[in-house]
Design a protein around this ligand. Structure first.
Ligand code: SF4
Ligand code: SF4
Length: 365
């Protein structure tokens, strides 16, 4: 069964660019460079260039037409320096640092997100190939993919190929906090120089080097539409078009959250475009978002905190503007993983309160 649905090309896309290389009225094709590190994900006409969602960044609006692509030009056996250049030109957001180990995070560390799982089942060769390229570029001799211990299907399909490629597969506990970058480095690299990346980036690296294709798509888990599924989306497509690919809304949406309920961002319009960093869209309906209630001192947040903090104390102190207490209780050690807020039965927005306290303290520094 196909793990990833391919969305229809939307009527228009909105792509933020640092410095536009095209003008209004120009026609562009799929893969064409349109900004310093941005490429068109569709073919069509540039109809608008303006500061749309972010006042500091220009966005290109492209009205789509027949789906035509530029000719991609792969490079054969590039040197480590050549790989760095290719990835930069392909617009892949990755910093290559000299390393002994490259670790790919294959876990879906946010609830309702299964994009990595689907990618590993559908693009195993590409992911292994991308990891090998990253190892070559960083000088690493060890390549590791971390998967959830519950992903027995992934382990089943990966085991033999990974062994053949001398890649280690390490299962991790299925909790939403195990796989932050620092925790992974500490648990796996144990002092060796390590670079952590993820499955989606490894696939993009493969595409850039072996196919000559820039980063113009993202795999996004859509949950809360009529059919929850993973969708291969064009960068710049409105969230609405992903939801339509999944059969549309189930009712009147109250909130759309991008990138998971724990640390994601609520959007109040489905016209928001998919970016290179989008991996999850969650639709919530009336009555499903829950009301905030007072803390009941259940300590669930304390039990799940990977940094051994007291999230309840941090949240209450932030709420009362007692930032000095937040500092005493190691506010800065919080990695904003969102696990505390996820388990809180009172639906207290602990992470938002922690972020607020950090921002207030920063102002005073
Ligand atoms: S968000 Fe911060 S306080 Fe909450 S569980 Fe994660 S590290 Fe702990
Ligand atoms: S999980 Fe929520 S209700 Fe329970 S102690 Fe933490 S903040 Fe309070």
């Amino acid at each position: 069964m196909k793990q990833i649905a391919v969305m229809k090309v939307p009527e228009r896309v909105v792509i933020p660019v640092t410095e536009p290389l095209v003008a209004i009225g120009d026609t562009v094709n799929v893969g064409q460079k349109i900004g310093e590190s941005e490429h068109s994900s569709v073919s069509g006409e540039v109809v608008e260039i303006s500061k749309l969602s972010n006042k500091n960044v220009l966005s290109l609006v492209i009205k789509t037409s027949e789906d035509l692509s530029i000719e991609f030009q792969p490079k054969e056996n590039p040197s480590p320096e050549g790989i760095k250049q290719i990835l930069k030109l392909a617009g892949i957001p990755i910093e290559l640092t000299p390393s002994e180990i490259v670790i790919l995070n294959g876990t879906d560390e946010k609830p309702y997100v299964t994009a990595n799982h689907a990618l590993m089942l559908e693009y195993l060769d590409e992911i292994l190939g991308g990891l090998k390229i990253l190892m070559k570029a960083t000088g690493a001799s060890r390549g590791v993919i971390v998967i959830c211990d519950s992903d027995s299907d992934v382990m089943g399909v990966m085991k033999a190929d990974a062994k053949e490629n001398e890649i280690e597969i390490i299962p991790s506990k299925t909790t939403y906090v195990q796989c932050t970058e620092d925790l992974m480095k500490n648990a796996i690299a144990k002092g060796s120089k390590a670079m952590v990346s993820n499955i989606g980036i490894a696939k993009a690296v493969y595409d850039a080097v072996f196919l000559g294709k820039p980063l113009i798509e993202a795999v996004v888990t859509v949950t809360g539409a009529k059919e929850s599924q993973n969708v291969l989306a064009r960068i710049g497509a409105p969230l609405r078009s992903l939801i339509e690919t999944c059969g549309g809304y189930e009712g009147e949406p109250e909130k759309i959250i991008v990138n998971g309920p724990m640390t994601g961002t609520a959007q109040y319009t489905d016209e928001v475009p998919v970016t290179k960093g989008t991996y999850g869209v969650l639709v919530q309906y009336d009555g499903t978002t829950g009301e905030i209630r007072p803390c009941i001192d259940c300590a669930r947040c304390v039990d799940v905190c990977p940094k051994d903090l007291l999230p309840n104390v941090l949240a209450i102190s932030a709420d009362h503007a007692r930032f000095d207490v937040c500092v005493t209780y190691r506010l800065k050690d919080c990695i904003e993983c969102g696990s505390c807020a996820y388990v809180c039965p009172s639906k207290i927005p602990i992470v938002q309160l922690i972020k607020y306290a950090k921002a207030e303290l920063e102002k005073k520094e």
